[in-house]
Design a protein around this ligand. Structure first.
Ligand SMILES: NC(=O)c1ccc[n+]([C@@H]2O[C@H](COP(=O)([O-])OP(=O)(O)OC[C@H]3O[C@@H](n4cnc5c(N)ncnc54)[C@H](OP(=O)(O)O)[C@@H]3O)[C@@H](O)[C@H]2O)c1
Length: 329
């Protein structure tokens, strides 16, 4: 049956302004790094995407290399867009990226003009789109002049292949340099995508202050530490979990006794707050108004439904925040 979006989809939460730009993003966005490749169940992938859209999630994040195999998440998302969401294209923010290894030879990764232009053209073909809403440099390239990478982002916008640009995994210093170059060209550089969770807190040192000062938004990836900050591993390692998958970056050995004891302590705090650990981990990030959105992954609609409840979380007391810090240390 043809999909028709829920008419109440915009009644669930307020959208956040991305830095000082005109772009509004949902507080929770959906990432397609895992669970959306050719190795995964397409029907389920389609269900998760349409469920997300019904709940007001307007932002879907991809990269050239998501799958597996690399590129297949873009192809599957392109199919879902065409078959189910074509009528809603103007309500959707699609992002993609280039920078990590994608194809053989000297032009298949990093930040050269040759890599990025080839990659964006491939992505648009797989996504079956004329343009993406946000295009990212996925990682800083120490061997290509930053001017070349940034001029290429600018060119992509001028060619109409992206509306906005961003950087991901860039240090504070390199983000400032990128900002200065892009500012001179009036390129709509609006967002940084760093890794940030209760277990990985580097952005708190200087990045968030700098982004706020420059008027840039921040969307955090792996806010649940790939599932560690949920109930997924509290009682062992389930067969269908990411830690058991062979193509994943989370391994059984990462679920150490030390991690488990921290997670259990956090879970006790979450239970007292009458929320799931995942909800607490996400609302803990979103309490900082410099964060535009948390970019979650999900292997089911139930997980996404659980995560969305973080938006109505009760505020943290000072005692809870220090208890969380203690549990993390
Ligand atoms: N820019 C970059 O370099 C970069 C790098 C990594 C990711 N990203 C982006 O960030 C997105 C999110 O990353 P991520 O997938 O690592 O995010 P995450 O939200 O930290 O982890 C998602 C995983 O956590 C588990 N999960 C989620 N909600 C749950 C819940 N309520 N209860 C129990 N388990 C739950 C699921 O694991 P199971 O699969 O085990 O069920 C899910 O696949 C990616 O899709 C991608 O768009 C960007």
């Amino acid at each position: 049956m043809k999909y028709k979006a829920d008419k109440n989809r915009y009644s669930h939460f307020e959208y956040n302004r991305c830095g000082k730009s005109g772009l509004l993003l949902p507080p929770v966005s959906l990432g397609l790094w895992h669970n959306f490749g050719f190795v995964d169940d397409f029907k389920k992938a389609e269900e998760i995407v349409t469920f997300a859209f019904d709940k007001g999630i307007t932002h879907f994040d991809l990269a050239n290399n998501y799958g597996p195999p690399a590129g297949s998440a873009e192809s599957n998302f392109g199919k879902i867009l065409k078959n189910q969401l074509a009528a809603y294209r103007d309500e959707i923010i699609v992002s993609t990226k280039a920078g990590y290894y994608m194809w053989e030879g000297p032009y298949g990764e990093w930040g050269s003009k040759k890599n990025i232009i080839s990659s964006v053209n491939q992505s648009l073909k797989r996504l079956n789109l004329d343009y993406v809403d946000i295009f990212y440099s996925h990682r800083f390239d120490p061997n290509t002049p930053l001017e070349e990478t940034m001029h290429t982002l600018d060119l992509i916008v001028k060619q109409g292949k992206a509306l906005y640009v961003g950087v991901s995994n860039y240090s504070v210093e390199n983000t400032i340099k990128a900002y200065e170059i892009l500012k001179k060209m009036h390129t709509p550089f609006v967002i940084h995508q760093p890794k940030y969770s209760m277990l990985y807190r580097w952005v708190e040192d200087e990045l968030l202050d700098m982004l706020e000062e420059k008027g840039l938004g921040c969307i955090c990836f792996s806010p649940l530490a790939q599932g560690i900050l949920t109930n997924r591993y509290l009682n062992g390692i389930p067969d269908d979990s990411r830690a058991k998958k062979k193509d994943s970056f989370l391994h059984e050995k990462d679920i150490t006794a030390e991690i488990l004891s921290r997670i259990k302590a956090l879970n006790n705090i979450a239970s007292r707050r009458e929320q799931s650990l995942a909800q607490m981990a996400l609302s803990w990030i979103l309490k900082d108004k410099r964060i535009t959105s948390v970019l979650v992954g999900a292997s089911s609609t139930a997980q996404l439904a659980d995560n969305l409840k973080c938006i109505n979380s009760v505020p943290f007391t000072d005692e809870e925040l220090s208890e969380i810090d203690q549990a993390l240390n």
